[in-house]
Design a protein around this ligand. Structure first.
Ligand SMILES: Cc1ncc(C[n+]2csc(CCOP(=O)(O)OP(=O)(O)O)c2C)c(N)n1
Ligand SMILES: [Mg+2]
Length: 810
């Protein structure tokens, strides 16, 4: 039985290395590369013969990755893409059996620790959360942040992983966090395909790292194609390192060191990586290693064949420049090995990879077959006691004879059986039902769990601490309440940092951080360039490395620039690693009720539909916001806090414990009692709703006003549903377009909270118009829900219920 291969490639770093030692290292490297190639070849065959769904492999990229692995150390990080299997094998961060387990989508974490069968093959991750929710010692492990499939989407995260090393090196107050860094000596390694460098995220990241001077090493795997599209249509001058030459650092300037090397030249690659990474690690200079003349022996993926779009000449060139072939030729020419020795090595390697593949396949099949046998037996037992015996026996025999049955086939067979036997009430049916229910719990765990990491440190477990007010509590501007909250937290927890556009010197455009840079230094309260996607990526990387970042997006409207990082990367991180990684990033922004097409600030539907995996906080004032920050800063899950833009100068009472009191997530509050209509809204709109409530009172209409406070989670105590028991009428008010957040809130109340059963009128929503609001107060009035709109919407509901008492206005 093949053991799991944990090998770290040895480095050529000693002057005394004998030729024999050198030979051994090279031969071992070749073996790793060759095994990796075999895995690619077998993997493709498994897909094409229907045993796995999809395959994308690292063939043609092996030799450069062997060289990169030599420069990679404990404490270092990788943020890469789907071609890096050889690197993962060479560093021991993954192995062949895990490779195949992922290819077969095995949901067992032990078998596929990277994603528990949730990600396509070659999407890697190391697990860095212990069972109790604590962090592993990242300074002692090699670390791989979880891959995503979107081309270049990982670049912003890479920036953050590198930036953490800068903070750990330069901020001496962080020395106590020794499980995350040794004096910032870690390098963040990024890999990206040549085609993907066309993405904006690549350029944004590249520039930001040059400004920040962080230990980030980007390798571009250049095989001159991006699926079928050649370099000519991707990259100016067809050469990414050529066009990035302006970033080359010079005397007295910041910038990059740029290297270019051929992907089949083993020795040049080893030398380049050693030099580049030493510089990056020691001096915190970002480096670009452009690896050219790479190939794709099997084409892009199992979805198609490259013969369709590559010329005969190109295909011949690729055959001749196959990196393993070239390495082999060089090894023989330099007397490192002989043809016969390498033949033998290759034969052994093929056998070994085959064994790994077979074991991975049979491990999954074995478990599924046991479940299948149990299910089929239970169906049989039921069949002999019911009228539909033959139909049931057909189901069990189809299940037994199905080729490569999966869990879906087993569960579908049981569900069908249960449908057929609804009128039966036997012990056998109950046994089947019990088995089904138990299996569904396991399947839920396998396929649907860990949207959040749900550790004991979850913000949902943070103790509730009420705000305390002295009799002489000061009345301050809302921004000052926030400022006081941040001040105390920065003092309490040295790992908290905040950054964003205009956050540093002026303390953000609304002064929430005013004075704090002076007090805590510019490593903790920091200005950034205008680059929302990488502000979020910067926060993500820091959060993965044990810091507590607050990343600021100046206005909510600009969150859209960062949407791919938020949605594809952070929101799915816990889910796609089945709780193996977390990024407890807090995003601070402000929105609602400003005016103008790009400052109207309520793309809430967009957020709700793309950020599951975040907590979404919509505080109605700055005190509630402060309480939410206090909760989130003590928890370990990502969150978005949308402050009310027009609330910074409104007066609020300063709690005595402004840095300690907490607002629990998911706790709705009744702001005003009333028995006629339940009105649910959030954020700044609530102020208008409360004004409308006072007007309505004069008309003898009493509305109950509820603030859910957070949209994820939403009203976990059923406050809205309970209110409907009293009012039987629901109005949801929202500033986004029709069918956006208002639809979500209505669904939650009517369906999840069973509000439907209390309603005696159609539930209604009052939203903004379908277009964005124009600039100016008139534009706001005619586009967003106004006090008049609210009064009339409530009144119309009362008119419908009792026209005699509430005659129509219009
Ligand atoms: C944002 C995004 N756009 C498009 C795709 C589809 N896609 C997947 S791989 C790929 C080509 C990538 O080429 P390159 O960066 O050169 O890497 P290579 O596969 O050649 O190693 C494309 C277009 C994607 N996954 N994500
Ligand atoms: Mg390419």
């Amino acid at each position: 039985m093949p053991g799991t291969t944990i090998r770290a490639t040895s480095k050529f770093n000693t002057a005394e290395l004998s030729f024999d030692d050198f030979k051994k290292i090279v031969i071992d490297d070749y073996r790793i590369g060759f095994e990796s190639r075999q895995a690619s070849l077998i993997g493709r065959r498994e897909v094409l013969t229907g045993k796995a769904k999809f395959g994308i492999f690292g063939d043609g990229k092996e030799v450069a990755q062997l060289a990169m692995a030599k420069a990679f150390r404990a404490g270092d990080w990788r943020a890469g893409y789907y071609r890096d299997q050889t690197f993962m094998f060479a560093t021991g961060m993954s192995n062949l059996k895990e490779f195949f387990a992922q290819l077969y989508a095995n949901p067992d974490i032990e078998k596929d620790p990277a994603s528990a069968g949730r990600q396509m093959n070659c999407h890697y991750a190391t697990r860095f959360i212990n069972a109790d929710g604590s962090w592993v010692n990242q300074a002692e492990t090699m670390n791989c942040s979880s891959d995503i499939s979107t081309t270049g989407g990982h670049m912003p995260r890479l920036l953050g992983l590198a930036y953490a090393s800068k903070l750990y090196r330069q901020n001496k107050e962080l020395e106590y966090l020794e499980q995350f860094s040794v004096n910032g000596n870690e390098v963040a390694f990024g890999t990206i395909g040549n085609g993907s460098t066309s993405e904006g995220l690549f350029f944004e990241t590249f520039n930001a790292a040059g400004v920040l001077q962080v230990p980030m090493a980007i390798s571009v795997w250049d095989d001159a194609y991006a699926i079928s599209v050649p370099a000519k249509l991707q990259t100016t001058k067809e050469d990414i390192s050529e066009i990035l030459k302006g970033f080359q650092r010079e005397k007295e300037t910041n910038g990059y060191e740029i290297f270019k090397v051929r992907g089949w030249d083993y020795i040049a690659l080893c030398e380049t990586y050693e030099r580049a990474i030493a510089l990056c690690r020691e001096q915190h200079v970002p480096v670009l290693i452009h690896v050219v003349e790479m190939t794709q022996p099997q084409g892009h993926s199992t979805s198609g064949s490259h013969e369709r779009y590559k010329t005969k000449d190109r295909l011949t060139w690729e055959d001749d420049h196959d990196c393993l072939l070239k390495m082999r030729e060089w090894m023989i020419a330099s007397a490192i090995s002989t043809e016969a020795e390498l033949d033998e090595l290759e034969t052994e390697a093929k056998k070994y990879v085959r064994e790994c593949q077979r074991e991975a396949a049979s491990e999954l099949l074995g478990v599924i077959n046991t479940e299948l046998d149990e299910a089929a037996k239970l169906i049989d037992e039921l069949a002999y006691n019911v009228a539909a015996k033959d139909e049931l026996l057909d189901i069990s025999s189809a299940l037994r004879s199905s080729y490569d049955a999966g869990r879906k086939d087993i569960i579908a067979a049981i569900r069908k059986t249960l449908r057929i036997t609804t009128r039966e009430n036997s012990a056998e049916r109950q046994s089947l039902l019990n088995w089904f229910n138990a299996e569904m719990v396991k399947n839920d765990e396998r396929f649907n769990s860990k949207l959040f990491t749900d550790t004991p440190q979850s913000p949902l477990n943070v103790p509730v601490v009420a705000a305390i007010y002295s009799d002489d509590a000061r009345l301050l501007d809302g921004r000052e309440v926030l400022n006081a909250c941040f001040d105390i937290n920065f003092d309490r927890d040295k790992s908290i940092v905040a950054f964003g556009e205009d956050v540093g010197a002026i303390g953000d455009v609304n002064q929430g951080f005013a004075g704090l840079q002076n007090k805590y230094g510019d490593l903790r309260i920091t200005d950034t360039g205008i680059r929302e996607a990488t502000i979020i990526g910067q926060g993500m990387g820091l959060a993965m490395r044990g810091l507590r970042p607050i990343a600021e997006i100046q206005y909510l409207d600009y969150l859209i620039y960062a949407m791919t990082v938020l949605s594809d990367d952070i929101a799915s991180l816990s889910y796609r690693t089945r709780g193996g990684q977390k990024a407890p990033l807090i995003i601070r922004t402000r929105g609602h009720r400003l005016e103008g097409i790009w400052h109207s600030g309520s793309p809430m539907g967009l957020i709700l539909n793309s950020m599951r995996g975040f907590h979404i906080c919509v505080p109605r004032n700055m005190t509630q916001a402060a309480g939410m920050y206090n909760t989130l800063l003590r928890g370990d899950e990502p969150a978005l806090v949308i402050e009310s833009l027009n609330g910074y100068r409104l007066k609020e009472k300063l709690p005595d414990n402004v840095g300690e009191f907490t607002v629990p997530l998911g706790k709705a509050e009744i702001l005003r009692n009333g028995a006629d209509v339940t009105v649910v809204s959030y954020g700044s709109t609530l102020r208008i709703v409360l004004e409308a409530a006072a007007e309505l009172e004069k008309m003898d209409i009493h509305i109950e006003v509820i603030d859910p406070q957070t949209l994820y989670p939403f009203d976990t105590e059923n406050v809205c549903g309970d209110s409907l028991k009293k009012t039987s009428k629901l109005l949801v008010i929202d500033e986004d377009v029709p069918g956006a957040a208002s639809a979500y809130i209505t669904q939650k109340i009517v369906e999840t909270e069973n509000g439907y059963y209390s309603l005696d009128a159609q539930p209604r929503t009052l939203t903004a118009k379908e277009h964005r609001p124009p600039y100016g107060s008139d534009g706001d009035y005619f586009s967003k829900p106004s006090i008049d709109d609210i009064i009339e919407a409530v009144y119309a509901m009362m008119n419908e219920a009792n026209p005699a008492k509430y005659p129509a206005i219009f």
